[in-house]
Ligand binder design. Structure first.
Ligand code: XMP
Length: 320
C-alpha cells in the first residue's frame, strides 16, 4: 500500500530533502539514468535527481517519433537553461518497427512500453553502466493501472512485474505518493519555470494514443500537423486538454474538384478538474469552423473534421 501525501499536507521543502537523501542512498556512488519527456512528472524527477547526484544522473530524451512538432528541441533547450544537459536518443526506427501492424489499443501501449523499457532503455542502461532508473510515476498512474482502466506505461511493481528481473535495473520512484497538484508544488520549488505547469497534459504513448488503428510514420505525421492547429487555436480557451485524433475510417470527400476517399480528424476539447471525469468544452461554432478550416488547409489528406460531444464517462479523454 502506498501512503498518499495530499497537496494540502505536503511539506515541500521537507519532501524534497527526504527524497534527495533517498536517491543518494539508493544510487550510492553509482550512476542513474532517467528519461525526460518534458511533462511535469519527468521534469520534476529530473530536477530532483540532479539535486541529489548531479552529473551522475544521465538524462536522456528518447525521440520515439511520436512527440509533438519541435518537442525534443524545446525540452532540451529548456533544461539547458536550467543547467541540465539532456541527450537526445534517436529511436524512431525501433518504435515504428514495434508498432507495425498493431491496431489494438492495449497492444499498442504494450508495444511502446516494451520498446521503451526493454530495447531502448535496456541498451542505454547497459552502455552507461547505470543500475538505477529514476522515474516520475505518480499515484494516479498506479491507481488507474491497478483498476484496469488504462495501462500506464510506467507501472510495474504494482502489477507484479519485477523490473530488476525483467529489465535488469531497479526503478526509483520519488513522486509515487503524490498526485499532480503535489508534483506541481515540488517542481515549482525546484525551480521549474511556470510555463511548464501551464502546459496541458500529454499521454505517455504520445501521438500513438491519438491515431486510431496503425501508427505509421505517415499517420503520426498527419495527427502531428493537426495537433499544431488544435493547440494553437484552443490554447486561450482555458480548457483542461485539447487534442486531434486521426480516425481509421475513411470518408468520401472532394479535393481539387475530384472525389477523394479521404481521412478524418476528430477534435476533442475537455473541461475537467482531475481528468477522472470530463465534459466537452462549449466552443463557439465560429471557433469550431476555424479549427476545421485550418486543419483542412494545413493537413494533407483530411476531408472531414468532427467535434466530440460525449462526456467522460463513458468516453475516455484519449481515443486509444
Ligand atoms: P483518459 O484517456 O484515460 O485520460 O481519460 C486521462 C488523462 O490521462 C492522460 N493519459 C495518459 N497519461 N500515460 C500518461 O502519462 C498514458 O498512457 C495515458 N493515457 C491517458 C490523458 O492525456 C488525460 O489527460
Amino acid at each position: 500500500m502506498i501512503q498518499e501525501i495530499t497537496a494540502q499536507e505536503l511539506n515541500t521543502e521537507q519532501f524534497i530533502s527526504e527524497k534527495i537523501e533517498k536517491i543518494k542512498e539508493a544510487v550510492g556512488d553509482g550512476v542513474a539514468i532517467n528519461a525526460l519527456s518534458g511533462g511535469v512528472d519527468s521534469s520534476t524527477v529530473t530536477m530532483l535527481g540532479h539535486r541529489a547526484i548531479g552529473e551522475r544522473l544521465k538524462t536522456v530524451f528518447i525521440e520515439n517519433g511520436l512527440m509533438r512538432e519541435g518537442e525534443p528541441e524545446q525540452v532540451v533547450g529548456l533544461f539547458k537553461d536550467l543547467g541540465v544537459t539532456v541527450e537526445i536518443i534517436d529511436a524512431r526506427k525501433e518504435f515504428f518497427e514495434a508498432l507495425k501492424g498493431v491496431t489494438d489499443p492495449e497492444e499498442k501501449r504494450e508495444a511502446i512500453t516494451q520498446t521503451f523499457y526493454r530495447n531502448v532503455f535496456g541498451r542505454i542502461v547497459k552502455e552507461s553502466g547505470a543500475k538505477h532508473l529514476l522515474q516520475g510515476t505518480i499515484l494516479t498512474d498506479v491507481d488507474e493501472t491497478v483498476a484496469g482502466i488504462k495501462r500506464q506505461h510506467n507501472v510495474f511493481e504494482q502489477l507484479g512485474i519485477d523490473p530488476k528481473e525483467t529489465f535488469g535495473y531497479s526503478i526509483i520512484e520519488p513522486l509515487i505518493q503524490l498526485r499532480k497538484d503535489g508534483v506541481r508544488k515540488v517542481g515549482q520549488a525546484l525551480g521549474l519555470p511556470t510555463e511548464m505547469f501551464e502546459r496541458i497534459p500529454f499521454p505517455g504513448p504520445a501521438l500513438a494514443a491519438r491515431v486510431i488503428g496503425e501508427a505509421t510514420p505517415e499517420r503520426v505525421e498527419t495527427v502531428r500537423k493537426a495537433t499544431v492547429v488544435v493547440e494553437r487555436l484552443l490554447k486561450d480557451t482555458g480548457a483542461f486538454q485539447y487534442m486531434a485524433i486521426l480516425h481509421e475510417d475513411r470518408v468520401t470527400g472532394m479535393s481539387d474538384g475530384k472525389r477523394d476517399f479521404g481521412q478524418q480528424i476528430e477534435v476533442r476539447c475537455w473541461d475537467s478538474v482531475d481528468a477522472r471525469t470530463a465534459t466537452p468544452t462549449q466552443l463557439s461554432f465560429d471557433m469550431l469552423e476555424k479549427v476545421a478550416h485550418e486543419i483542412i488547409h494545413e493537413v494533407p489528406g483530411i476531408v472531414s473534421v468532427t467535434y466530440n460531444i460525449a462526456p467522460k464517462p463513458p468516453s475516455t479523454m484519449e481515443a486509444v
